[in-house]
Design a binder for this molecule. Structure first.
Ligand code: HEC
Ligand code: HEC
Ligand code: HEC
Ligand code: HEC
Length: 168
């Protein structure tokens, strides 16, 4: 009798443990990179302006200079290299080359939903970066970009993109 109860207790304890593990997993999916095409649909004007920047076009230069053999270049010249949903190689992830929306705004799989996008707090909870100089200096290091000046660069439309006027 006593032995049976012990087993029952163990089974219940294990079930509760597994349940907690599974529900914790469901509550916190990790944001993944999705690529600029997913942002383009809702941010057309910004997309068009970004497309003209060296950020969007720079990958060709890297291809030309290394023939794509050097992985050490990928963290700064592709999107999310080595992270969930990020760049793997040009065959598997051809749409994740260059410096894209998510390089500066963070992996977008969770915040790109319309209901979340409208709410800044919710965006940040779901992976959107706050815009600070550190977002840029991850790549614009002393070594790679000695003349980089955040205050000036962030105002340079050729460097970022237009900020559309809101029709209110
Ligand atoms: C379903 C449409 C939709 C998609 C897809 C979408 N956005 Fe948005 N986004 C919006 C709306 C609406 C706003 C709020 C109004 C505005 O600022 O344009 C917004 C706001 C933003 C903001 C300002 C947020 C803030 O509070 O600071 C950023 C940055 C942004 N989007 C980036 C992105 C990126 C990067 C992607 C792709 C990963 C993306 N969006 C995909 C609709 C969308
Ligand atoms: C730490 C980030 C980082 C790494 C790693 C990196 N780059 Fe860059 N690269 C940059 C930045 C930032 C610029 C823009 C510099 C500027 O204009 O101030 C740049 C510019 C370039 C350019 C364009 C220069 C021009 O003509 O305007 C090429 C080509 C390039 N990098 C190739 C490479 C190659 C090849 C590798 C790997 C061996 C590499 N990069 C590694 C950040 C990086
Ligand atoms: C080089 C970094 C960089 C890239 C690449 C970039 N952005 Fe931005 N984005 C910024 C900065 C900086 C701001 C200004 C933030 C601020 O003023 O708070 C901004 C602002 C925005 C905003 C808010 C505009 C508003 O009304 O205030 C949206 C939406 C946005 N970006 C979408 C995008 C999309 C979509 C792409 C890709 C097509 C993209 N961004 C690419 C850096 C970047
Ligand atoms: C993921 C890496 C990365 C991030 C993040 C990044 N950049 Fe860049 N940026 C580059 C690379 C690489 C180039 C060089 C493109 C080329 O010349 O081929 C570049 C070029 C530029 C240029 C143009 C330089 C020129 O003379 O053509 C400006 C301006 C610039 N970045 C500003 C910014 C600002 C401001 C931020 C942050 C809001 C930022 N970047 C974030 C990698 C990055």
């Amino acid at each position: 009798m006593l032995k049976n109860k012990k087993w029952l207790f163990i089974v219940i304890a294990i079930s509760i443990f597994v349940f907690i593990l599974l529900s914790a997993d469901e509550e916190e999916p990790k944001p993944e990179y999705v690529g600029y095409k997913k942002c383009k649909t809702c941010h057309k004007e910004i997309y068009k302006s970004w497309e003209e920047t060296t950020h969007a076009k720079n990958f060709q230069g890297v291809l030309d200079s290394t023939g794509l053999k050097d992985e050490s270049c990928f963290p700064c010249h592709t999107v999310g290299f080595g992270e969930p949903g990020g760049f793997v190689d040009t065959t598997e992830t051809p749409d994740l080359i260059g410096v894209q929306c998510e390089s500066c705004h963070g992996p977008g799989s969770l915040y790109k939903k319309f209901s979340i996008m409208k709410d800044h707090e919710k965006c940040v909870e779901n992976g959107l970066y706050e815009q600070t100089a550190e977002v840029c200096t991850r790549c614009h290091t002393e070594e790679q970009s000695p003349d980089f000046n955040y205050e000036e660069a962030v105002k340079d439309i050729k460097g970022i993109h237009v900020i559309p006027e809101k029709d209110e």
